[in-house]
Ligand binder design. Structure first.
Ligand SMILES: Nc1nc2c(ncn2[C@@H]2O[C@H](COP(=O)(O)OP(=O)(O)O)[C@@H](O)[C@H]2O)c(=O)[nH]1
Ligand SMILES: [Mg+2]
Length: 313
């Protein structure tokens, strides 16, 4: 199951305790010879573009790093613990309990040392007493994944969103005549003259059909897109469907939208060649026979790279 939101406690390793040891010397004398404890392991978060969701962490409520080793006799210092690196999907926002952003992992291999391991305690060598190791830092955080895609595809079920993605990429197994076949967002890499990524979001169901609004919980993944395609079925009431989906997106405008370009796409034009949205800029395609698909792709590419250029200015 696709997981894009997770509460977790991060606990860095505790420092090893200092040793309390006595060395027997001649003439009934003793020498304190306990060594210091080693440092506890840090926790570093790292963006990894080979991980696509947070399901690998689902059964964990806590992520810990190792404790440092205790000091030993003969003034031996305990070994430092290994630091832990927690790899997270690219696009993970890390927020604290008050929803304050700690880091947004948007660049490949981006890292943040989030919890420092505790330092080791002091051994009793040349001291009266040894001391315990210090605890590692602890933080309760939320991992809130917002997928990284250039283009988002939304719409009602069976409008041909998966068919479009399978036509333009090498993801082939998501098309189905069964409604709501796509259960979680998926990303496909598309190569026109340049490479960009397109993401299909699970369907939005009309409120008019008195059903739950499945799919809306995924709308947050549009946050980072540059272009949103609203897929419409040429054989249904295009005007009504378009207005409804636009109204759903509008509800989330402040939260998840900045200035994405929204483009209605009428699919299945092979079944109804007359279909159009009066007075609204749109594209018409058939994912089945490929009509209009190349033109739509080059439009997507232009929009994505236009914005990428702006971003780098
Ligand atoms: N005639 C025709 N059928 C299409 C077209 N695009 C998709 N379909 C069919 O519509 C059904 C639903 O397609 P799918 O891509 O799974 O829709 P999704 O739920 O929006 O992802 C499948 O049976 C497809 O073969 C098209 O352009 N023309
Ligand atoms: Mg689908």
């Amino acid at each position: 199951m696709f997981v894009d939101l997770l509460n977790i406690s991060l606990i860095a390793g505790k420092g090893g305790d200092g040793s309390s040891s006595l060395k027997r010397l001649p003439k009934r004398k003793f020498l304190n010879d306990g060594g210091d404890g080693g440092k506890g392991g840090d926790i570093t978060l790292k963006a990894d573009n080979n991980i696509f969701d947070l399901s690998f962490l689902k059964i964990k409520h806590t992520f810990r790093s190792e404790n440092g080793f205790c000091g030993g006799s003969n003034n031996c210092t305990g070994k430092d613990a290994e630091d832990s690196v927690l790899k997270l999907p690219l696009g993970t926002r890390v927020v604290d309990k008050n929803k304050h952003l700690i880091v947004d992992l948007v660049n490949k291999d981006q890292e943040l040392l989030i919890c420092r391991g505790g330092i080791g305690g002091l051994g009793n060598f040349k001291r009266e007493e040894s001391t315990p190791g210090f605890p590692g830092e602890e933080r309760d955080v939320i991992f809130d994944l917002r997928l990284m895609a250039d283009v988002g595809v939304v719409g009602f079920t069976n409008t041909g969103k998966s068919s479009f993605l399978s036509k333009v990429s090498n993801v082939k197994d998501k098309v189905s005549e069964f409604p709501f076949f796509t259960k979680s967002p998926f990303l496909a890499s598309v190569k026109a003259s340049k490479v960009f990524t397109i993401m299909e979001l699970p369907a939005i169901i009309s409120k008019n059909q008195h059903k739950a609004i499945f799919g809306e919980r995924f709308i947050k993944h549009l946050l980072r897109t540059k272009l949103v395609l609203i897929f419409l079925d040429a054989t249904s009431d295009i005007d009504q469907d378009y207005k409804y989906i636009l109204s759903v997106l509008e509800e989330y405008k402040a939260e998840y939208f900045q200035d994405q370009f929204i483009l209605p796409v009428i699919n299945k034009i092979d079944l109804n060649p007359e279909a159009k949205l009066e007075g609204i800029f749109h594209k018409t395609i058939s994912s089945l026979n490929g009509q209009g698909v190349d033109e739509l792709l080059s439009f997507c590419e232009t929009k994505c790279y236009e914005q990428k250029k702006d971003d780098s200015c």
